[in-house]
Design a protein around this ligand. Structure first.
Ligand code: TYM
Length: 322
């Protein structure tokens, strides 16, 4: 069983990335052969400054390790360490209908948010399919926003198998955790770097406090009244971070009334700080040892290349390139 997922180094990671993909990935790391990578080719669509791309790449790698990724179990590497992924993306692009990419939500969404519609942005799902298929991946833990990309991946693998022989590519399954499929941002929309509504995974506690106390949406229910639980962003975030018992207490306090949102927000802040404190401490250690992450990624690159080589070879033979 091979499990694979990727994170883009396009900015600071947020709790949506954590609960949607990183935490499930860490949980799955000892249930199969895990391949986790930093999607630096993909990030080039939005990060145009080379120093910034390098810095985010390093930071995301360190953050993933801090969250519990075990480099002795996981093949952890940079997407660009295996450039054959571009060759597979080209091969997939020859069977990919333009109409399928035109329907991609994330492409339409990015363009609607003002990103220029480059070919890289348009072809994003094809490169993502290549990421997955190059390693014969079986399971791909992701947030719900990636579901359509996984459908495109499955479809392209099916088209290649149909045209060039069953077994040319392995058809993967998405793993989407329902309880964290779409983590809401502080404005109630999906949490996303491009919407500026994130709760960062690692930020100065004072900054997180400001975001929770000042920016997190609540409704105008008076203090003394019961608070509506459904559609509460505050409660949705609390459910992800707090213990079951604390969540039950908060829900009962919502029903009872007499407690204001300021108080609930403090509880959310405490849950956040407690939940991420051990990872924050681990992150500080990793930041103090820059050689370590280089070593981890170099070892991962070697293993990733070794896993990709027979797959690209098989595909080259199947399509007539070798
Ligand atoms: P990226 O970096 O945008 O997001 C990384 C992961 O975080 C999940 N995620 C969320 N989950 C729940 N709620 C949210 N608000 C939320 N925001 C982000 C994303 O679903 C994702 O799983 N295309 C990928 C990167 C990638 C990839 C791959 C992933 C490139 N190639 C191959 C898997 C397999 C992405 O957008 O990452």
């Amino acid at each position: 069983m091979r499990i694979l997922t990727g994170l883009q180094p396009s900015g600071k990671l947020h709790v949506g990335n954590y609960f949607g993909a990183m935490e499930p990935a860490v949980r799955l790391q000892d249930q199969g052969e895990a391949f986790y990578f930093i999607a630096n080719y993909h990030a080039m669509n939005t990060v145009r400054n080379p120093d910034e791309l390098r810095a985010y790449t390093r930071e995301v790698a360190i953050d993933f390790l801090a969250c519990g990724l075990d480099p002795d179990r996981v093949v952890f590497f940079l997407q660009s360490a295996v450039p054959e992924v571009n060759e597979l993306a080209w091969i997939l692009s020859t069977v990919c209908p333009v109409s399928q990419l035109e329907k991609a939500h994330s492409y339409k969404d990015k363009v609607a948010h003002g990103f220029s519609p480059s070919h890289g942005l348009f072809a994003y799902p094809v490169l993502m399919a290549a990421d997955i298929l190059l390693y014969d991946s079986n399971q791909v833990p992701v947030g719900k926003d990636q579901k359509q990309h996984l459908e495109i991946t499955r479809d392209l693998a099916g088209k290649i198998n149909e045209a060039f022989g069953e077994g040319t590519l392995v058809v993967p399954e998405p793993i989407i955790r329902e309880s964290a499929a779409v983590v809401p941002g502080v404005d109630g929309q999906k949490m996303s770097k491009s919407y500026g509504n994130t709760l960062p995974l690692f930020a100065d506690p004072a900054e997180v406090k400001k975001i929770i106390m000042k920016k997190l949406v609540t409704d105008a229910t008076p203090l003394e009244d019961p608070k509506p639980k459904e559609n509460s962003t505050l409660l949705a975030l609390y459910r992800l971070m707090a213990s079951e018992a604390d969540v039950a207490t908060m829900e009962a306090d919502f029903d009872r009334g007499g407690i204001g949102y300021g108080d609930f927000k403090k509880r959310l802040l405490d849950a956040y700080l407690e939940r991420f404190e051990p990872m924050r401490a681990r992150r500080e250690e990793l930041l103090a040892d820059p050689g370590y992450i280089d070593q981890v990624l170099a070892k991962g690159a070697e293993k990733a290349r070794a896993a990709a080589a027979p797959v690209i070879d098989r595909v080259r033979r199947a399509v007539g390139l070798a």
